[in-house]
Write a protein that binds this ligand. Structure first.
Ligand code: PEP
Length: 256
C-alpha cells in the first residue's frame, strides 16, 4: 500500500525563546504551503506548544510533543500528561528518543508505559528505536532493535498498531552529521516491518509508518525517502531552519 510520507521536525531544546519559535513557525507555514502530498509535523518544546497551535491552525502542519508521562494527573512534579498534550493541540508525541534514554534514564519499560497512555489520549506515538555504534560494530544492531520493538509494542491491540509510527534512529547518526546509508536504513526498516508481520499481521506491518532519523539533510533526504520501507523522516538539526526543513519536505513530495 502507499503510505503517506511523514516529515517530523524534532526541535529538541530549541529555539532559545518564543520569538525564535514564532519566526520559524511563520517561515515554515509560508514555505510549506505549496506541498500537499507529504504530511508534516513540528515538535517544539512544551512551553511553545500553545503558541505553535495558534500559528499553525488553518495550516497543514501538525503539532507534536517530544515526551510525556503516563499518568494523567497527580503528584508527579515536572511531568506533562498525554491529555494535556492533546488539549494543547498535539497530534503526535515522540516516545523513547535516544537522548531521553541516554540522558534521562528512559528504558524499554518506561517506553512501554508511555505508548498506551498516548494512544488512550488520542495521540499518535512516534516510538524511537535504534542501536549504539558499539552495538552495531559488534553485530548486535538487529537484536537490539528487535528487543526495543518487541517491548514497545507487546500487548497493544492491532487497531492501535496500525496508527502508530516507529522511528528508526541509529544513535551513532543522531546529531553527528553521520547518517546511515540508504541501504543500511532500508535494511533495518525492512527488518522492523518483517518483525511486525511476524508478531501481528502483514496488513498492520504494511500500514504502519517507519521513519528514519539521524542527520537527515536536504542532500541525503531524497535517496533515503526513495527506499520502499522508509516512510518519512524524524529530523533534528535540519528542522531548525525553514529552508533546510522545507527542502527535506520537498524531497518527500518528489518521491511521493
Ligand atoms: C533527532 O533528534 O531525532 C535527530 C534525528 O536529530 P538529527 O537530525 O540532528 O540527527
Amino acid at each position: 500500500m502507499a503510505r503517506t510520507i511523514l516529515i517530523a521536525g524534532n526541535w529538541k531544546l530549541n529555539p532559545a525563546d518564543d520569538a525564535g519559535a514564532l519566526e520559524l513557525l511563520r517561515q515554515l507555514k509560508n514555505r510549506l504551503a505549496p506541498f500537499t502530498r507529504t504530511e508534516v509535523a513540528v515538535m517544539p518544546p512544551f512551553t511553545m506548544l500553545h503558541l505553535a497551535a495558534q500559528i499553525l491552525k488553518d495550516s497543514r502542519l501538525a503539532l507534536g510533543a517530544q515526551n510525556l508521562y503516563w499518568e494523567a494527573t497527580g503528584a508527579f512534579t515536572g511531568e506533562i500528561s498525554a491529555p494535556m498534550l492533546k488539549a494543547a493541540g498535539c497530534k503526535y508525541v515522540i516516545i523513547g528518543h535516544s537522548e531521553r534514554r541516554q540522558l534521562f534514564g528512559e528504558t524499554d519499560a518506561t517506553v512501554a508505559r508511555k505508548i498506551p497512555a498516548a494512544l488512550q489520549a488520542g495521540l499518535v506515538p512516534v516510538v524511537c528505536v535504534g542501536e549504539t555504534l558499539e552495538q552495531r560494530e559488534s553485530g548486535q544492531a538487529q537484536a537490539v532493535v528487535h528487543e526495543q520493538v518487541r517491548q514497545a509494542l507487546s500487548g497493544l491491540p492491532e487497531a492501535a498498531l496500525r496508527t502508530l509510527v516507529i522511528a528508526y534512529e541509529p544513535v551513532w547518526a543522531i546529531g553527528t552529521g553521520r547518517n546511515a546509508t540508504p541501504e543500511q536504513a532500508q535494511e533495518m526498516h525492512r527488518f522492523i516491518r518483517d518483525l511486525i508481520t511476524d508478531t501481528t499481521s502483514a496488513a498492520v506491518a504494511d500500514e504502519l509508518r517507519i521513519l528514519y532519523g539521524g542527520s537527515v539533510k536536504p542532500d541525503n533526504a531524497r535517496d533515503l525517502l526513495g527506499r520502499p520501507d522508509i516512510d518519512g523522516a524524524l529530523v533534528g538539526g535540519a528542522s531548525l531552519k525553514a529552508e533546510t526543513f522545507a527542502a527535506i519536505v520537498e524531497s518527500g513530495e518528489i518521491v511521493s
